[in-house]
Design a protein around this ligand. Sequence first.
Ligand SMILES: NC(=O)c1ccc[n+]([C@@H]2O[C@H](COP(=O)([O-])OP(=O)(O)OC[C@H]3O[C@@H](n4cnc5c(N)ncnc54)[C@H](OP(=O)(O)O)[C@@H]3O)[C@@H](O)[C@H]2O)c1
Length: 265
Amino acid sequence: MTRFPGETWIVGCGKMAGAMLAGWRRAGVDLGAVIAIRPSGTPVEGVTTVTSLPPGSPAFVLLGIKPQKLDEVAPALAKRLNSKTILVSILAGVEHASLSHRFPTAGHIIRAMPNLPVSEGRGIVALFDRDPHDARSVTDALFATLGTVVRTQSEAELAAIGSLAGAGPAYVARFVAALAKAGVERGLDPALADRLAIETVLGTVAMAAARDEDMESIVRRVASPNGTTEAGLAILDADLDRLIARTLEAASRRGAELADAARIE
Ligand SMILES: NC(=O)c1ccc[n+]([C@@H]2O[C@H](COP(=O)([O-])OP(=O)(O)OC[C@H]3O[C@@H](n4cnc5c(N)ncnc54)[C@H](OP(=O)(O)O)[C@@H]3O)[C@@H](O)[C@H]2O)c1
């Protein structure tokens, strides 16, 4: 059974850290040593939930707060860490150096960029740390239960993955919703249009994964020359690449702003 390395604090257990916890629960990871810390005290299934830092020192910390809360949380948390503590931050933008500065007592600091489907074991977890260390084997085993683990070589790569995969579920959800909405405009019942849009996206990616098929091959298999799909693609293709590129660019820009805000000169 996969285990945490000892007492584990999830500091900030909202949408993203909560999804990771759900993924670990689903994978049968032992959650006996896990404490969720959130000011609201809203209970988190399967773990002890408290409103402020408990006594003692954790072996593992998952930092799941918003970047804007870092300076509120860091001073008290830093006092509780020691040279054996592994601290994993999922904060978008906030760089390794900014974390090291605030948590000088932590043994290892790892940046992780997850996405929401970790709750189903189908997520992405991109990782960045400064040096190879023993803690990696512990964290690799834990993150592997959540989906695809990508070890990055630079924080720029981590940021790029964040703008694609971290934010990606929201972009995909918007595409599915737009597909359904256009179906309703063609006269379909809204509930049916929703179901069709979801199943079409799910079916397409499941088929691509099962056949290891590239996207262009799928396009070719659906769109016959001068057919209905090709007529639709003539509209979609006119702007889609540019639109998505600008979307990721805007997310990256915001990430850079968050990095700047957390940097200590
Ligand atoms: N959402 C995503 O898809 C996603 C993807 C990748 C990375 N991230 C990163 O994940 C982090 C959290 O995002 P989120 O979307 O999960 O936000 P969220 O749902 O708002 O969660 C934030 C959590 O922080 C807690 N919190 C606030 N102040 C605190 C304090 N002083 N001490 C301890 N906990 C405190 C909140 O407590 P309560 O629950 O009591 O309000 C909540 O549990 C962000 O840094 C974001 O960049 C998010």
